[in-house]
Write a protein of this length. Sequence first.
Length: 279
Amino acid sequence: MTRFAPFAALLAAACSPLTLFNGIVPKDGGVRRTAGLAYGEGPRRMLDVYAPRRGADRTRPVLVFFYGGSWNAGDRAGYGFVGRALAARGFVTIVPDYRLVPETSYPGFVEDGAAAVRWARANAGRWGGDGDRIVLAGHSAGAYIAAMLAVDARWLGADRQAVRGLIGLAGPYDFAPFTAPAARAAFGAWPDPAETQPVSHAGAGDPAALLLTGAEDMTVRPRNSEALAASLRQAGTPAEVKAYPGIGHVGILTAIARPLRGRAPVVDDMAAFADRVTR
């Protein structure tokens, strides 16, 4: 574990792309990757699929994972360790890119997320996935996208019936008014700030949620997860919040990597929840 501690510290300090980390960290085996599939037009509407190599006697649940980056940075190439970790647990895992600021702003990245989910529902069967058993997941800004798709029926329409659960890692769900520069750039032009917030849309009929956060997260405070969970519970939707002691904003993500799993059981918790809601 100590070999990778400097890289985790670098990521935590700089929130830099994870391509270097992804390139050197040992990954889970038994997974096949299909890269560079288009789910729409343009270079930012591409995705990678990670699927278990071993066959199964039934179709597998599908997990769509959206990475973070303040809605202005990120690339799916840095998240192979996430895709492989979840595929090794039996999920057909899809990691899409999406348009970023300044190319787009809200709701452009949510629209791209919806298009990726529709693609997953229609095409996951090519890798043994069940497009009617989808779990949406994401970290940070990606958790925001996953949450909006899960709780706001405008984006997925009839396809939302395939979404069985939401897994958010360190997600911002209740952050209006927009004080951070990245949030102002992504959401400031929208006339109704409340309309952009997942807490405003949580209601009856939303999928169950597992909201994971680091107790030491100073970037996206754990209160975001508590606020969304409270809104969901008030509407009768099951929602669990789990805060990992000693874990910060980036540490909750890097704990998915094999050498760092001892820091927090993120993969175990994600897999157990996704398995439960897709049975």
